[in-house]
Design a protein around this ligand. Structure first.
Ligand code: PLP
Length: 353
């Protein structure tokens, strides 16, 4: 069967840059950013720092490098970073902070809504110093929480974690890869979320549709030290204004439209939940993701994905019988309605046919 258009719901990382971004990239004023001389990077970093309410910001190639640079800057070798058991930093970043920085990644159980188990965190923090244990150096949080179906985590929880960490003189790093989605879902602003953390990272390359790039934000002193780590990691880029130019356009033009993605995700969740054999995981504050399960075994799940693919719809896998669908720039409400109709056909075919 030939399909005219692929509806790619695997991730918001598949978004392509807008025409305005391509034009800005073509015209960007450039310099050597390792010398601090790329005017477009400097402008993006100033805009990002101001939006997050931090003193300084640093452009890096990826969210993974932003988090890695943050952990290596906060945590001396042989110290502990507390991370959610389902945190992207813990699960999906190749163990970078341990491999490259000797950081002892210590998981704290994540609740289904992306929160940390506060009792467990408190018990860890209240351990008296003891030569047996790696000393704690950092608490990390994630918002929105990718592996918890993209849930936006309530500010009251972020604040409770920060209060606990700060009471024990530990800084907090927030993996805010999708912090703009979080702010939208929580009806707040990104700086109010970021204010609770000492450092925050966010991605340009997801819902904001840039081809590449993430930012790490914090105090000027912290970012100075992080720049040295970025150089060590090979993330010192030269005429990086090519990347930053798209980022500036994204922060101006792509933030408000995330509301459309959230509406579409809600419509997708509602549509899928009406299909026999599919179970949508509930999310208190849904953003741009839908995680759902299929009744049946892993073979049925694989057949379902294949049937969708044959009809031009791509979704991600979240385990043997679970899937993830992400709405983003380039996915319209009509695409969502079409995807739901196709999912109904595919589920019927796979589960009864
Ligand atoms: C995508 C993501 C990252 C990493 O970003 P990359 O640019 O893919 O390296 C980090 N944290 C979270 C929560 C993410 O979703």
């Amino acid at each position: 069967m030939s399909v005219s258009k692929i509806i790619d719901l695997r991730s918001d990382t598949v978004t392509l840059p807008t025409d305005e971004m391509r034009e800005a990239i073509a015209r960007a004023a450039l310099g050597d950013d390792v010398y601090g001389e790329d005017p477009t990077v400097n402008r993006l970093e100033a805009i990002a720092a101001a939006m997050m309410g931090k003193q300084a910001a640093m452009l890096v190639p990826s969210g993974t490098m932003a988090n890695l640079a943050a952990l290596l800057t906060h945590c001396p070798r042989g110290t502990k970073a507390f991370v959610g058991s389902l945190a992207h930093t813990y699960v999906y970043e190749g163990g970078g902070a341990s491999a490259l920085g000797g950081v002892v990644m210590t998981p704290i159980e994540n609740r289904p809504g992306g929160e940390l188990d506060l009792d467990q965190l408190q018990a860890e923090l209240e351990r008296p110093p003891d030569a047996h244990f790696a000393p704690p150096a950092l608490v990390t949080l994630e918002n929105t929480h990718n592996l918890c179906a993209g849930a936006a985590v309530d500010l009251s929880h972020v604040s409770a974690v920060a209060e606990l960490a700060h009471r024990h003189s530990l800084p907090v790093h927030l993996d805010g890869a999708r912090i703009f989605n979080a702010a939208l879902a929580l009806e707040t602003s990104v700086d109010k979320i970021a204010a609770l953390a000492d450092s925050v990272s966010f991605c340009l390359s997801k819902g904001l549709a840039c081809p590449v790039g993430s930012l790490l934000c914090g105090t000027a002193e912290f970012i100075d030290r992080a720049r040295r780590i970025r150089k060590i990691l090979g993330g010192g880029m030269r005429q990086a204004g090519i990347i930053a130019a798209a980022g500036i356009v994204a922060l101006k033009t792509m933030v408000e439209r995330l509301a459309e993605d959230h509406l579409n995700a809600r419509a997708l969740a509602e549509g899928l939940s009406l299909i026999a054999g599919l179970e949508v995981r509930p999310v208190k504050r849904r953003t741009n993701m839908v995680v759902f399960d299929i009744t049946g075994d892993a073979r049925a799940a694989a057949a379902f994905t294949a049937a969708l693919k044959q009809r031009g719809i791509l979704i991600g896998s979240r385990g043997p019988t679970a899937f993830r669908a992400v709405t983003h720039y380039g996915i319209s409400r009509a695409d969502v309605d079409h995807a739901v109709a196709v999912a109904a056909e595919a589920a019927a075919q796979v589960l009864t046919g």
